[in-house]
Ligand binder design. Structure first.
Ligand SMILES: Nc1ncnc2c1ncn2[C@@H]1O[C@H](COP(=O)(O)OP(=O)(O)OP(=O)(O)O)[C@@H](O)[C@H]1O
Ligand SMILES: [Mg+2]
Length: 215
């Protein structure tokens, strides 16, 4: 079947949730040769703010590129003429009265800072952050991914290198590292989202045990 894509304006391309935008921005960092990616999400009901920062230690950008980067016709890709990752999330943030800022230094890395008004009717849902974390890590297993999520008074922290180390110490083979991570994230991230008090480190053993008995 013939596939046609006609892009009239950026509103025609719609990413349903914010986690897909985050994946896109993190992939920019990976494409820029980053070894470390840090994703920070802070949801504050009090400030009516959803603040997302994605930081990488890739090759960075020049001032000129930063200035042009929110224009949908700027990209260093050769396969396609338009780069839409950054303009799309910028638009999504601006629709809520928020915005996007980029700071970058050549040879050091980049930080993308996005602010959404939390309660705004046009704010997209955050979406599935577990899938986003796993997608980043599965695509580039050498990346050390840190993820910090604060929702009012609750916090969740994940670091892939740390989990790798723990799984090694628990005798978990590389083959089941991703399922181990997935199980860890499903249990702990969902706990974080629903519980008031939460200890992010308490469940490593449980994950290992349940993997062993094939639950
Ligand atoms: N973290 C980063 N480090 C270095 N360069 C970056 C970074 N993020 C973006 N860029 C530069 O900005 C350009 C535009 O990024 P953007 O995400 O908007 O589009 P793209 O990645 O080229 O394409 P798309 O996201 O639509 O697949 C990139 O091609 C790249 O040159
Ligand atoms: Mg991109």
């Amino acid at each position: 079947m013939e596939k046609t894509t006609r892009l009239k304006n950026s509103g025609d391309i719609c990413m349903d949730d914010i986690s897909l935008h985050i994946l896109d921005i993190a992939e920019n960092g990976i494409n820029a040769g980053a070894e470390n990616i840090f994703i920070e999400i802070i949801e504050s009901t009090k400030d009516d703010l959803l603040n997302i920062k994605i930081k990488d230690d890739g090759k960075g950008m020049t001032e000129e590129t930063i200035k042009k980067i929110t224009d949908p016709f700027v990209t260093t890709r050769t396969t396609r003429k338009v780069g839409l990752g950054i303009p799309l999330i910028k638009l999504a943030a601006e629709m809520t009265g928020g915005g996007l800022g980029i700071t970058s230094k050549e040879g050091e890395g980049t930080e993308v800072n996005i602010k959404f008004k939390l309660s705004h009717i046009d704010r997209q849902p955050l979406g599935n952050m577990i899938d986003t974390v796993l997608a980043i890590f599965a695509n580039e297993s050498k990346i050390n991914l840190k993820y910090f999520h604060k929702k009012d008074n609750r916090e969740f922290e994940f670091e892939s290198d740390e989990l790798k180390e723990i799984s090694k110490n628990l005798g978990i083979s590389n083959g089941i590292l991703i399922p181990f991570m997935k199980k860890y994230l499903i249990n702990n991230y969902n706990n974080f989202k629903s519980k008031k008090e939460y200890d992010s480190r308490s469940d490593y053993k449980n994950e290992k045990n349940s993997l062993e008995v094939g639950k």
